[in-house]
Each structure stands twice: as C-alpha cells, then as structure tokens.
Design a binder for this molecule. Sequence first.
Ligand code: HGY
Length: 423
Amino acid sequence: MTSPRTPRRPSPTLPSHSVDGARLWFRLQDLARHGATRSGGVNRPAFSAADQAARRTVTGWAQEAGLAVSGDAAGNLFLKLEGLEPDAKPVLTGAYLDTQPAGGKYAGSFGVVAALEALQAVQAMGRPASRPLIAAIWANGEGSRFSPGYAGSEAFAGLLSLATMHAVTDGAGISCRDALASTLAAETDIARIGLGFACSAYVEAHLEQGPMLEQRGSTIGAVTALQGVRTCQVRVFGEASHAGTTPRHRRRDALKAAMRIIAALDSFYASPDIGFAVGQLSVEPNAPSVIARQVTFVVDIRHPDTTTLQRLGDTVRLICESEKGPCRLEIQALVDKPAITFPADIARRIEQAAAALSLPHMPILSLAGHDARSLVKTCPTGIIFIPCRDGLSHNEAEAIEPGHAHAGAQVLADVLWDLANST
Ligand code: HGY
C-alpha cells in the first residue's frame, strides 16, 4: 500500500514544519498489518515472513521518496538522504520492526516511521543538510525470537560478531543464521554494504514504555540515561513421577522448587527502583498428572546503577540455591549490560528543539532497553521519548496519541537537522 503524497510546501526554516502527521499515522497503522493479531496487536518475530513484509513496506516508502536503500550482513537496513557533503560522517536515526509475541503497534515501529518522516521532512525543505542523514532499521531489536535483542545494532557497532548472532536458535530450533539468510535472500535487489560505518551522531525516537511522561503531562522526554539489565536462565531439575502415588518425601518436584525460588526472588527484588520479572517459564513434561521433571525460566533484573545491578544479579544464584530443595540447578547468564549515561549535549538539543516547538518536555531515565545502547559506543547518542497510554508496552493494547507521534517526529527532524548542520 502506498502512503498519501505530501503536497509541496514553501521551504521552511526547520524540517518540523514539513513533518506530515497524517502520513506518519497512516504508515504506523499500515505497518501494523504485518503480523496483526486478533486482539489488535502485532506478532512480528525477527526475520519472519511478517518482518520481511514490514521491511519491504518501509523500504518501498523510502524508495518512493527517492531515498537510497541499502542493507548489511546483519540484516540492518539503511535509508539515506544525501547531504551537501556526501563524504561527511552521517547523522543516524532509527529503530526496529520486530515485536514481542503479543506486542503492540508502536514500540520500534514508531521510531522507524518517525525516522523516515524526519528524512522526508528535511527533503521537503528543498535544501539538504550538510551531512547525510540515514534512517536505520535495526535487525532483531526486541530479541523475542532470537534472544537477546539489539543484535543488529550491536553487530553494526562492532559489539557482536556475526558468528555469535548466527548461532542463536529460536524456540523451534531454527538458527538465526538460516532465518537471516532467508530474509537477505528476499532482498537481493537492495544494495549490500559492509557491516558498520562511522557516524557523527545517533538519535532515536521511541515510546517511553512507562508512565512518567503521561503522569507529568509531558509530550517529549529527553533521555539522559538508560538503566542496566541482567538476565539469566535458570533450569531446575527434578524427577518426573506419578502425581497421585509418589509419597511427599520421595518427590523431587521441579515446579514446586521453581515456585519457591520465584517467590523468594520477587520478595528480594521488591523495591520500586528495581525492575524484576520472570516472564518466561516452561515446564516438562507439562502433563496434568506428572510431577515436573524440569522447569526453565528467565530472570530479568534492571537497575539504573551498575554497581547495584551487579550485586542484585549476583544474588540470583544464592536465592536459587537456598530454595531449590531436593532439586538440582543450572544457571546461565544471558545478558549483562551496564547502565548508560548519554552525552548531555544531545539531551540538551532534544529539550531545545521541544521548547522551540512549545512542547512540554522533561529529562527522563529510560527504564527500557534501546538500540541507542549499542550506538553510544560509537558516537554521541540520544533518545527522544513520547508518551504511551497508561505507560503500557509489550502488550497488544499499547497505544499512543497521533499528536504525540507527530510531535516526536517533529522534534526528531529538528534535532537531526541541527546535528547534521552543526557537528
Ligand atoms: O525489553 C526492553 O527493554 C525493550 O523494550 N525490548
């Protein structure tokens, strides 16, 4: 489906004036067709047919707008608007298109669509920025199929090897290597570029995925820092046996042990400044009359202070050992990312752009993870947040206001313009 054409406007002084809120909203709804669920959400695993269709839709919009489209071996896609100095390091923006299994229409997608809109707004001014502007579609951002996420941006930033990315398998045993290869095979018309290139700055737009902006009546958040995250997989081994006949003292019930462990973890990590969840759990053999032989679950812990996070993460093993009863345990660390502080200059530019547009704005800590975590290793980086209804995300009911989406894209456009002309 093609998007409505923007009428030519007189050349404004800032690209925010050319951001087309109707086109932005249309595209967000149109993208949500790919992987649409019955309950109004989106299930678009990385490198699935739905993800491929979403990538094709966005690259089609970019080509229609005259942007150059390219991609790399990690599955990242780049939509480029040339600058007056073609050899200058570009300013980058972007986000991801894959979703959680019962995800919403906006996390990730908003950042991609806003990035494209910002580039088209600059284009509509009729005079290029000094530096090229590039909108990236990062591969495997959510990481719900191939965990962990942000694989595309980490590979781009040189933090993850392609071999490591390839080696991950999904729940059905399909390797990321094969899924990525089939995606790349469907995109042979897209120019292939080398993995990673130097950028002068990176700014992405995203939903807050939490309630702070909404509670404060702010439209724009200038992200100052990102809290750290540690995740690990816990496997509890018991013994399968008959639910009716096995005497209590003989049982080695892996589910009972897992329940005790999770309850103890939940009470230890109860402080409101700690992010804690066990969101994935599997039981084997998972039969009504069989005591569980094995339970596997993933612990997700987040905190804004890296030292505290290390201590909290290290405590998982102690709690598991103390609650395992007659079962055996294996614990495997999955993700260990420190907290990140973003350069104050980028957050200041975001607040200045919001102020110039008379948008209520505030500095904010990101409690969720973002591709910006990868990019901050390579160039000055920042994130623009917009509110989401009731702070709800990773949920099919995730919702944003069209006016907030428009405002977020406007701020993004002006910040990119600013960075592309002054750095
Ligand atoms: O889990 C995260 O923080 C991200 O929203 N995927």
